[in-house]
Design a protein. Structure first.
Length: 335
């Protein structure tokens, strides 16, 4: 039999694939629609980086104009007076108030948020957990000014009893000593911020706990573990990094909150050891309250403080992203 006749039904040889075509296939960009979507996605990412860089350049330039004429130490001066000749201003009081209010908010919000997330995912029946989760989602959509108005009208008047109790039993520490007056202090600000960041931490923690491996939980139950032991040995270790990243996202909002803090706090631009007396201030609150009344140099000085807040916020969000990338197990479906 002729060999050429045997090979008549064989498929034609496949043409070689170029390296560029293979790379496009690996990226999923072989069709025109895929290539357009890839270009738009890449352009969006580049545009975001350009915007962030433009903001950083603007803040740095305007801050340098103010810092070059500042007669005080920008980091350690306990004064903010840009109308003097020469001007003297510093962020020591603002940094203290921002950090203290954020610490109070985190100390109050994180345990409550984790408890709510565990209750919704592992204790509450579906008919009850669904509405609770929906209400938590609604809290995240409330504007900051609404929280501020509620804090000034409702929260501040009702803090008098708590302040008196803390002063009576813990005033000897100095931290909870109260001299009287309206309770517009760092503790009130911290409580309000805790309420505001509670939905963020709760929602992220809830989604992380839902991704805990189901087989691990069922195996622990089969071995006789209680529900709390299952949560302690399986759910919490799995979701630890997720809770940390959620907390840092909440911290980012607490650090940059403006209107709510400005509505509740009565700043005196001095540092008080007691959390119950007025004093201090935050970066965002100081910018919001003084920007309209400031001259051009005063605005540059406020922008310099905004640059510090910008850097702090970037560091906080970068740390959260780093923690998320370290643990990607909870990004998949339940096992």
């Amino acid at each position: 039999m002729d060999i050429s006749t045997q090979n008549t039904d064989a498929p034609p040889p496949t043409p070689p694939i170029s390296d560029a075509t293979q790379k496009r296939a690996e990226r999923g960009a072989t069709r025109p629609g895929d290539r357009v979507f890839l270009a738009l996605s890449r352009g969006s990412g580049i545009l975001l980086l350009v915007i962030m860089a433009a903001i950083a350049v603007f803040l740095t330039y305007r801050a340098s104009l103010a810092l070059s004429k500042n007669e005080g130490n920008f980091l350690t001066t306990f004064e903010w007076n840009t109308n003097l000749v020469p001007p003297v201003f510093g962020i020591a009081v603002l940094a203290f108030g921002t950090v203290v209010s954020a610490i109070i908010a985190m100390a109050l919000a994180v345990p409550v948020a984790v408890g709510i997330a565990l209750f919704i995912t592992h204790y509450a029946p579906r008919k009850l957990g669904g509405p609770i989760a929906y209400v938590i989602d609604l809290l995240a959509a409330v504007p900051s000014i609404v929280y501020g108005l509620w804090g000034a009208i409702v929260l501040v008047p009702h803090m008098t009893g708590l302040f008196g109790w803390l002063d009576h039993y813990f005033g000897w520490t100095g931290i909870f000593e109260w001299q009287g007056g309206a309770p517009r202090s760092m503790l009130t600000v911290g409580i309000l911020l805790a309420i505001m960041i509670l939905p963020i931490i709760t929602n992220v923690s809830r989604e992380v706990f839902r991704q805990a491996p189901q087989m691990h939980q069922e195996a622990a139950l089969a071995l006789g573990a209680t529900r709390w032991e299952v949560i302690r040995m399986s759910v919490l270790p799995f979701g630890r990094s997720g809770v940390i990243s959620a907390s840092m996202l909440g911290l980012g909002r607490a650090l940059g909150e403006t209107m709510a803090v400005a509505t509740v706090l009565s700043p005196t631009f001095e540092i008080n050891a007691s959390l119950l007396d007025p004093g201090g201030g935050t970066f965002a609150q100081n910018i919001a309250s003084k920007f309209n009344e400031a001259n051009e140099f005063g605005q540059d000085a406020l922008i310099a403080s905004g640059l510090v807040l910008f850097v702090i916020t970037l560091l906080v969000n970068g740390a959260a992203r780093y923690i998320i990338n370290r643990r990607k197990e909870y990004s998949g479906a339940n096992a």
